[in-house]
Ligand binder design. Structure first.
Ligand code: ZN
Ligand code: ZN
Length: 214
């Protein structure tokens, strides 16, 4: 249906209508592009490393992640060439910086999720919520920074339409959503229904529309 089936001699005329980047299959994320590897439900954690050639920031995770997902928002860290980040959560008390903590800084103090990144290579090591928020107590991490396998595989794709805001051509969106579908991931333009329900429940309990005990 897409690029691959088009004969080369058609490329020139097609590219009059579509930018070349849409004719090539876009890279969503390395962990999605060539098929998703199932994680290990018993994985007990591991270490993340920044991309510096030496004196790497090391973060030790005390458990596997949950709600791992592809995210198209503009704030999450993405590997170069990828349209999406892949990010999961775990309890903040299971996240410890265990080497070169002096290289960490907060990218945007005002953001709901404070992304703690390496000052030198720019990789985001963990995102932490410090203000009142339904996800307070959970840290956001990118398990691709680990040297070990078995982390929970991506479960869904979030903020998919947001890639347009970052310059992706809207005509390529069908191909992006179809690729996620092919890999077994639902695409959402916010978070997944389960997470949106959690946020709405938190809001309703805060305003008193729902009892704090459900
Ligand atoms: Zn670094
Ligand atoms: Zn994001």
């Amino acid at each position: 249906m897409h690029s691959i089936s088009f004969a080369l001699d058609n490329l020139k005329s097609i590219s009059n209508y579509f930018p070349f980047s849409l004719i090539m299959a876009p890279s969503l994320h390395p962990s999605v592009d060539s098929g998703i590897q199932k994680g290990d439900a018993h994985k007990a954690g591991g270490k993340l490393y920044c991309h510096c050639p030496n004196n790497k920031v090391e973060v030790t995770l005390g458990s596997n992640v949950a709600h791992n997902h592809a995210c198209g928002c503009s704030k999450c860290w993405k590997p170069s060439g990828a349209l999406f980040s892949v990010v999961g959560v775990l309890p903040a008390d299971q996240v410890n910086v265990t080497a070169n903590a002096n290289k960490i800084h907060i990218v945007d103090e005002a953001a709901a999720i404070q992304r703690n990144a390496c000052k030198e290579c720019g990789v985001h090591m963990y995102g932490r919520i410090v203000n009142d928020h339904p996800f307070k107590g959970l840290d956001f991490v990118h398990t691709e920074l680990s040297d070990s396998k078995g982390w929970q595989e991506p479960q869904f794709a979030a903020f998919v339409s947001s890639i347009i805001e970052q310059g992706f051509h809207p005509k390529g969106m069908d191909a992006v959503r179809q690729k996620f579908k092919k890999e077994g991931l639902e695409s959402y333009d916010v978070l997944s229904p389960a997470l949106m329900d959690l946020i709405a429940t938190y809001t309703a309990q805060k305003s008193g529309k729902l009892s704090s005990k459900l």
